[in-house]
Ligand binder design. Sequence first.
Ligand code: IPD
Ligand code: CA
Ligand code: CA
Length: 255
Amino acid sequence: MIEDIINIAKEAGQLIRSRFNTNFSLEFKSNESDLVTEVDKASEKIIVDFIKKKHPAHGLITEEGGTTLSKSEYNWVIDPLDGTVNFAHGFPMFAISIGVQKNNETIAGVVHDIMQDIIYSAEIGNGSYENDRRIKVNSNTNLRHALLVTGFPYDVRENPDNALGKFAALTKSARGIRRLGSAAIDFCFVAKGVFDGFWEVHLKPWDMCAGKLIVEEAGGLVTDFDGSKINIFSKRILATNGKVHNAMIDVLMQN
Ligand code: IPD
Ligand code: CA
Ligand code: CA
């Protein structure tokens, strides 16, 4: 199955790459920061058409098309373009994220970093890969030496649960903080040991399904801010190398 997921991510990735920095139509969703372009929709159509043809009984949870839960035990969880604001502004950092769940457990995940032409992939029990290279989280234990990454929900202006206090507190606790604008890539950069930790509130199932498995299969830990187990519908996500996890929990829970 992983080969199929990789192939369809590459096909949709080619379309997205060919439309980067061209004229495309753009609409607002919940507000003027929350965008969808015709390219998001075209990418989703390529992926969904493939699944409907090859696995007609499988369910779909997709960002632009909504949810049709499965009559079989399989569901595909799809972000056809993660990093739409980057894409729309010509910043070359965006991805496709495809996860497959069996009985609500993620069994495979693929994130395609389109402009770097990298495929991150994981199957449950089989480790994580950047193209053909096995990847691992880093071994740093000291939060003061950590490079962290985060993101913010589109309703950051009005949502009191916007995590800005946590951002300020972790900025003072770590070596540095980055904000890439693609949650799927944030997870993969934890998985390959670039970042020690990633936290965000209000992610959606399609932002995290594949990335969570890729971090876990690379030896990392993904939980709620209080350390409890999460699923793809959870609202507080902490993904780390496992070794700065408790130190990050302390800061996240106190701020
Ligand atoms: C967004 C990106 C961003 C994160 C937002 C997501 P989208 O996804 O992953 O990094 O901070 O929470 O919604 O809208 O570009 O698919
Ligand atoms: Ca997304
Ligand atoms: Ca998206």
